[in-house]
Design a protein around this ligand. Structure first.
Ligand SMILES: C[S@@+](CC[C@H](N)C(=O)[O-])C[C@H]1O[C@@H](n2cnc3c(N)ncnc32)[C@H](O)[C@@H]1O
Length: 215
């Protein structure tokens, strides 16, 4: 209860007020360990976040096979997994720095849930997945464009990378420039890049990007 009295201590209000001059990953650890139990309710009812179904739809526009191996980076409580399962996907793993968030993902069909350490390589092998998703993580203080290299590394050649970028960090984080740089370097080919609803009740949109990893 007391966590919720100060809005800065809870959920979206907190991470929009992160102190970017100090260790943000430590602050996020507290944010998500406090938020884990009420995250899904906030997602559905308070924020009306639509990034998870939208990203699964994005994946399905570029991949019809359902037996593919998928990694959900920053899986949190596993809402993306819930939509993957509902749409017939059978093999997906999740990874996240918050053990408290991932506890909620256990019942959502993930084969493996792996803890990651921000700033370290993802805890998976090179070229391991047919598709890598990253939803709600390229946002204030969480992960910047340096994250693209890891998404590309763990995705098989010809595999898909699908992610969202909160419009609030799109310019300041130089996302478009970095996406273009990876295209010019031959790392991926962008298949789709559109701005759509993200947190409907907050009036916040995100960029939704699908890219095919090159050989
Ligand atoms: C807004 S939540 C999104 C969770 C889930 N993908 C969803 O759409 O519901 C952001 C998640 O990113 C995780 N996270 C924070 N920093 C991260 C990083 N550097 N790399 C990957 N995930 C991170 C948090 O622990 C949290 O679970």
């Amino acid at each position: 209860m007391s966590d919720k009295k100060n809005p800065k201590d809870h959920g979206i209000e907190h991470y929009q007020h992160l102190d970017l001059d100090t260790d943000v990953s430590e602050q996020l650890k507290d944010v998500y360990s406090n938020w884990a139990d009420s995250y899904d309710d906030d997602n559905d009812n308070k924020l009306k976040t639509v990034s998870q179904p939208n990203t699964v739809q994005l994946l399905m526009r570029h991949c019809t096979a359902k037996e593919i191996e998928i990694l959900d980076v920053g899986c949190g409580t596993g809402i993306v997994g819930q939509y993957l399962k509902a749409n017939g996907f059978t093999h997906f793993d999740g990874t996240d720095p918050s053990q408290e968030m991932m506890e909620h993902a256990r019942s959502r069909g993930y084969t493996n849930l792996l803890k990651l350490v921000p700033g370290n390589p993802l805890p998976v092998e090179d070229n391991a997945y047919d598709a890598t998703l990253c939803v709600g993580v390229f946002t204030h203080g969480h992960l910047g464009v340096e994250g693209f290299l890891e998404l590309i590394r763990v995705t098989k050649p010809d595999g898909l990378v699908c992610f969202t970028v909160n419009e609030g960090v799109w310019e300041s984080g130089e996302f478009e420039t970095a996406i273009d740089r990876h295209s010019k370097a031959g790392d991926w080919e962008v298949l789709e890049m559109t701005k759509q609803d993200y947190m409907v009740n907050e009036g916040i949109q995100a960029w939704y990007v699908a890219a095919r990893v090159k050989q």
